[in-house]
Write a protein that binds this ligand. Structure first.
Ligand SMILES: Nc1ncnc2c1ncn2[C@@H]1O[C@H](COP(=O)(O)OP(=O)(O)OP(=O)(O)O)[C@@H](O)[C@H]1O
Ligand SMILES: O=C(O)c1ccc[n+]([C@@H]2O[C@H](COP(=O)([O-])O)[C@@H](O)[C@H]2O)c1
Length: 212
C-alpha cells in the first residue's frame, strides 16, 4: 500500500474561497496526503450553483495556480445527473487498489451524511476526515453516531495503513468563511478581496457570475 493517503475534498465551490484552501492545505499536512479538490457537476442536495461547472473549474484552476500540494480533479464533470459521492469513490477505489482513501468533509457536511445517497457504503470505500468548521452545532444524529462511534480513530498512522472504514477528526484553523457570504457580498457590489484566493482577482471575469 502506498504510504501517502489520497484525500478527496468535494464541493460546489461556488466560488472556491480561502476557507476551502486553508482547511484542505492543513488536512494535507495533518494526513501527509495528496489532496484533490473535486468540484461537483450537479450538487445533489442544493439549488443549482450560480456559476456553471466550467466557471467553477476555471476559478479552481486560478486558485490552485503556483502550488502543487492541492490539485484539481474534475472527474465529476464527466458524469451527468446528481454527482453522488459514492459513485466517485467507487471509481477512485478501483484506480487506487488498496491505497488509503480519505473523504474530507467540513463538520456541517458530515452532520448531514445520513441524507446522502448510499451513505453507509461510503465507509466501505474510504475513511472520512472531518474538518472542524465554526458555527456548526456539535450534535450528531443517533443514526450517524451509530456508524461513527465504532470507527472513530485518533491515529493518523493507523489510517495510513488501512484503505477505508475509519473516521478521524482533523482540527484545522477555524475560519468562518462561506461561499454564501461571498456571493452576498459580490451581489451587493462589495469586494470580498481577502476572503478569496489571489488568483481570482487577477481575472475579474471569473467573478462575473456573482456580480450580474
Ligand atoms: N470555512 C470552512 N471551514 C471548514 N470547512 C469548510 C469551510 N468552507 C467550506 N467547507 C467545507 O468544504 C466543502 C465544500 O463546501 P462548499 O463548496 O459547499 O462551500 P460553502 O462555503 O459551505 O458553500 P455554501 O455557503 O454555498 O454552502 C464542504 O465539506 C464544507 O463543509
Ligand atoms: O452523494 C451524495 O448524496 C451527496 C449529497 C450532498 C453532498 N454531496 C457532496 O458533498 C460535497 C459538498 O457538497 P456541498 O453541497 O456542501 O457543496 C460535494 O462533493 C457533494 O457532491 C454528496
Amino acid at each position: 500500500m502506498s504510504a501517502r493517503p489520497l484525500a478527496v475534498f468535494g464541493g460546489t465551490f461556488d466560488p472556491v474561497h480561502i476557507g476551502h484552501l486553508t482547511v484542505a492545505w492543513e488536512a494535507a499536512e495533518l494526513l501527509d496526503a495528496e489532496v484533490r479538490l473535486m468540484p461537483a457537476n450537479v450538487p445533489p442536495h442544493r439549488a443549482a450553483p450560480l456559476a456553471s461547472a466550467a466557471e467553477r473549474v476555471a476559478m479552481l484552476r486560478a486558485a490552485l495556480a503556483g502550488q502543487s500540494r492541492l490539485v484539481l480533479d474534475a472527474r465529476e464533470l464527466e458524469r451527468d445527473g446528481p454527482s453522488y459521492t459514492i459513485d466517485t469513490l467507487i471509481e477512485l477505489r478501483a484506480e487506487q487498489d488498496d491505497r488509503s482513501l480519505v473523504l474530507l468533509l467540513g463538520a456541517d457536511a458530515f452532520a448531514g451524511l445520513p441524507t446522502w445517497h448510499c451513505w453507509r457504503e461510503l465507509f466501505d470505500v474510504a475513511h472520512i476526515g472531518v474538518l472542524s468548521r465554526p458555527g456548526v452545532p456539535a450534535a450528531l444524529s443517533d443514526e450517524l453516531l451509530h456508524e461513527v462511534v465504532p470507527r472513530r480513530s485518533y491515529d493518523v498512522d493507523a489510517l495510513r495503513h488501512q484503505p477505508a472504514g475509519m473516521v478521524i477528526e482533523l482540527t484545522v484553523t477555524p475560519l468562518e468563511i462561506s461561499a454564501t457570504r461571498i456571493r452576498e457580498l459580490l451581489a451587493a457590489g462589495r469586494d470580498p478581496r481577502y476572503l478569496l484566493p489571489v488568483g481570482l482577482f487577477d481575472t475579474p471575469a471569473l467573478l462575473a457570475p456573482y456580480r450580474d
